[in-house]
Write a protein that binds this ligand. Structure first.
Ligand code: CA
Length: 231
């Protein structure tokens, strides 16, 4: 099971490295940015599950950055925890209004940080112990099991990630290049026809339970998953 990836956005290097050290010790993958510009690149390339964003950053305030991220559809499943040196009640409210899922006041203990991250990830569904369903399709995100009408089907890791992405974004059409960005990562150089190969495999696996037409081809545009099947 791929581990949870956390983006740390903090310009003060000693703090950033201290956080990265403790998070990797707690079993998380980490990526680091010293400003919002680099953070944006990493969000696109690395698709982190959660971002820790410091309040005071050189190019934009963490608050404003969080607001822009939450307005952006691309990041709608990103959990955000803000780090702040200001403990006033105002900041707490402003932090939550920004769309952040939680905030932590500096200084904090590594144990507290890890506990807060786990709590936010649990709340920010889909997470541990949760299932996503669409029509007769269901994914158990903890066990990485996929079923159609209660009957389990077997998928390769890429087909699983592809189906998981499409199921959490149903009835929307994605081009091959968008699917590459979302499922493979923006900086992975694979050809667009790779998407077709994996869509074919996914359909073949779904076909075993008569659900191949849940993954629909939209001519000239891309693919879409619909719980209603082909229409
Ligand atoms: Ca800072």
């Amino acid at each position: 099971m791929p581990s949870t990836k956390i983006l740390i956005v903090e310009d003060e290097r000693p703090i950033r490295e201290m956080i990265a050290f403790h998070l990797s010790r707690a079993g998380f993958d980490t990526v680091e940015a010293a400003d919002c510009r680099v953070a944006r690149e990493l969000l696109a390339d690395e698709r982190p599950d959660l971002a820790l964003i410091d309040w005071m950053l050189p190019d934009m305030s963490g608050l404003e950055f969080t607001r822009t991220l939450k307005r952006d559809k691309e990041n709608d499943d990103l959990a955000i925890i803000m780090l702040t040196a200001r403990a006033a009640e105002y900041d707490k409210i402003a932090g939550l209004d920004s769309g952040a899922d939680d905030y932590i006041t500096k200084p904090f203990s590594p144990r507290e940080l890890v506990a807060r991250i786990r709590a936010v990830l649990r709340r920010a569904g889909p997470g541990d112990g949760e299932t996503v369903s669409l029509g007769l399709l269901e994914i158990d995100l903890t066990g990485h099991r996929v079923s159609v009408d209660g009957k389990e089907i077997r998928l390769g890791p890429t087909e699983y990630r592809l189906l998981k992405f499409l199921m959490t974004h149903p009835d929307r059409v994605y081009s091959r290049s968008q699917l590459l960005d979302h499922v493979w990562g923006a900086n992975v150089y694979v050809e667009e026809r790779t998407v077709d190969v994996h869509v074919r495999r996914l359909r073949k696996a779904l076909a075993v339970q008569g659900a191949a037409d849940f993954v629909q081809t939209v001519r000239g545009a891309g693919y879409r998953l619909s719980g209603r099947g082909e229409q």
